[in-house]
Design a binder for this molecule. Structure first.
Ligand code: OSB
Ligand code: MG
Length: 421
């Protein structure tokens, strides 16, 4: 089935251009699955762009200075949608990299959807579930289809996914710096810019000592920490000291696959735990809430596999009155636009890591760039679809490779006449 979709394929890289086409008949159950539906994907393109960060970003697993980002462009019924693969360059935050996402998109997700018709973007989610993991690859394509669906329905993306807020509260995530003084300066700048919550990255050796200094200088700010799995239960006595700092939450202190130890830790702490890496689905969220592994959940569109899964997690959390907020992955404007739409769902009551383009990029790849008000909010765009226009010239200029898949003309003629079945 993986190579069942007829396609014309271009690979572009600055030094080489390849072109070939293939055509195969398709008798898979997927064709039946999509029969009689409404959205037809006739083109999908994967590309990689390079974007230098204006300032390095360091977590407990390393420092990033430049992003390599895979973007997906999809076309259906004359409408275009964009999606972003939000993984890091190395498999440190999750197992995914731009290369694994490219493979999963090219060899599975695109062949499974190209040239086929379906009712709505959400219909690809159960299809993609057959692949275990690779949620960021799945999200890139599914979210591109959501942008198309929003356009088809004449709605802003936020409305299309069920968003109700007009404006969202914003926080910032500040990485580990070279010195505590530099961190304090950064916090000062972000507080002055109006951000409603400051999150700092922590790891053993850069935690209690840093929090003492932050609270000494900024006693009243809304403050949280993110450990990106840097601790174990053996650090319990040390982690208990975090309770002194009146933190909004401690994000993902323990292992990326763990729920049980987080539940043990939560029972020992007064500060709320928030899970990020451990939550990939609504089922994970249900289990985490059931055993008391956290009191707050961070939702990242890529980590959970796209808008369909994100909405399910949102609903589970809302039913249990567990607040959620939108996490960030140093996204370009495309992923940022999706994050803004997701943050308009009513359960997103805490400030997210969704901040202004200029904190990351000298020039973003969308127009207008994402701006944050002096009150630390972003207005939900009212424009149809994504709500921001991808800057095609700029994207093309920073593209390092590109592959394009088209449902062939022959294929669509066969499809129209019904002889494909
Ligand atoms: O854990 O939230 C995280 C960035 C890369 C990988 C993981 C995380 C982060 C952030 C950045 O905290 C949030 C942002 O995009 O500003
Ligand atoms: Mg996190």
């Amino acid at each position: 089935m993986t190579n069942s979709a007829p396609r014309v394929l271009f690979i572009y890289s600055p030094s080489r251009i390849h072109y070939w086409s293939s055509l195969a008949t398709n008798h898979s159950p997927l064709a039946t699955f999509f029969a009689g539906c409404r959205m037809k994907l006739n083109l999908a393109e994967i590309r990689e762009i390079r974007l230098p960060l204006v300032h390095f970003f360091e977590t407990s697993f390393g420092r990033t200075t430049e992003r390599r980002i895979a973007l997906v462009r999809a076309e259906a019924d004359g409408l275009t949608g964009w999606g972003e693969v939000t993984c890091g360059e190395q498999p440190f935050y999750s197992h995914e990299t731009p290369e694994t996402a490219w493979h999963i998109l090219r060899d599975f997700l695109i062949p499974w959807t190209l040239g086929r018709e379906f009712k709505a973007a959400a219909d690809v989610a159960p299809l993609f579930q057959r692949i275990r993991g690779h949620n960021m690859a799945k999200a890139a394509l599914e979210n591109a289809l959501w942008a198309i669906e929003a356009r088809q329905k004449g709605l802003p993306l936020a409305k299309c996914i069920g968003g109700t807020l007009d404006e969202i509260p914003c926080g910032v995530s500040i990485g580990i710096q070279n010195t505590i003084e530099e961190l304090l300066e950064k916090i000062e700048g972000e507080v002055a810019a109006g951000y409603q919550r400051i999150k700092v990255k922590v790891k053993p050796g850069w935690d209690v000592n840093v929090l003492e200094r932050i609270r000494g200088r900024f006693p009243g700010i809304v403050l949280s920490v993110d450990a990106n799995c840097a601790y174990t239960l053996a650090d319990l006595a040390h982690l208990k000291q975090f309770d002194r700092f009146n933190l909004l939450m401690i994000e993902q202190p323990l292992h990326w696959e763990d729920l049980v130890d987080h539940a043990k830790l939560q029972r020992e702490l007064t500060t709320a735990l928030c899970l990020d890496e451990s939550i990939h689905s609504a089922d994970d969220a249900r289990k985490a809430i059931e055993i008391g592994a956290c009191r707050i959940i961070n939702v990242k569109l890529g980590r959970v596999g796209g808008f369909t899964s994100a909405r399910q997690i949102h609903d589970v959390c809302r039913a249990s009155e567990v607040p959620v907020w939108c996490g960030g992955m140093l996204e370009s404007g495309i992923g940022r636009a999706h994050n803004i739409a997701m943050s308009s769902l009513p359960g997103f009551t805490l400030p997210g890591d969704v901040s202004a383009s200029r904190r990351y990029w000298a020039q973003d790849i969308i127009d207008p760039e994402v701006v944050v008000s002096p009150r630390g909010t972003i207005r939900i765009p009212q424009a149809l679809g994504l709500g921001f226009a991808p800057n095609l010239d700029r994207i093309e200029r920073i593209t390092t490779k590109k592959e394009c898949f088209e449902a062939s003309t022959v294929f669509s003629q066969l499809s129209k006449s019904g002889s494909r079945e």
